[in-house]
Ligand binder design. Sequence first.
Ligand code: S3P
Length: 194
Amino acid sequence: MTPKLILTGFMATGKSTVGPMVAKRLGWRFLDSDVEIIARAGKPIAKIFADDGEAKFRALEREVIASLADVRRRCPHCHGLQPEVISTGGGVLVDRANCDALKQVGVVVCLTARPEIIAARVARSKTLRPKLKQGGKPTLDRVKELMDERREAYARADLQIDSSELSVEQAAELVLEGFAACASRRGAPAASGP
Ligand code: S3P
């Protein structure tokens, strides 16, 4: 059975640009856990943090990951797991249950980047990132601090790819290669696209 491709990693490592490209190359559906959370809550992530707190956001995130990783969600044609690329928010692997559920249905690929690169990307981006505002520190210091806290969680991924010096196309290529290698080690046929 072909596993899903799960794309995770720290904020601004390229998940939301690399993910759709990888999905297109495979001819698979692309899903994003943050988009599902926003739909369920009926408001943007920064507003969930502000109105309801991080604990509520993480509870919603756990619900969404559990439903995306639900093995009963089958392809109506072949009855196998739906072939999908799923991008997750940067904090998803911190929760052990999320990580275990995702690994059961997919190969977990973690994008990384150097803190300086992340801080520069965040400065250019319009996306509000409440985790980086916590503590009121300069962005680069906060990125380093949060990365250190999460190092162990990210190490639980099946593989890590550093996107610091890569174009979106190069990162997508490495993700596809790494995914195919991990999938074949698990005994699944390597996905080759449509
Ligand atoms: C978070 C990352 C965000 C989003 C939320 C929390 C985190 O997603 O889920 O703001 O804890 O790292 P991106 O990684 O897509 O920015």
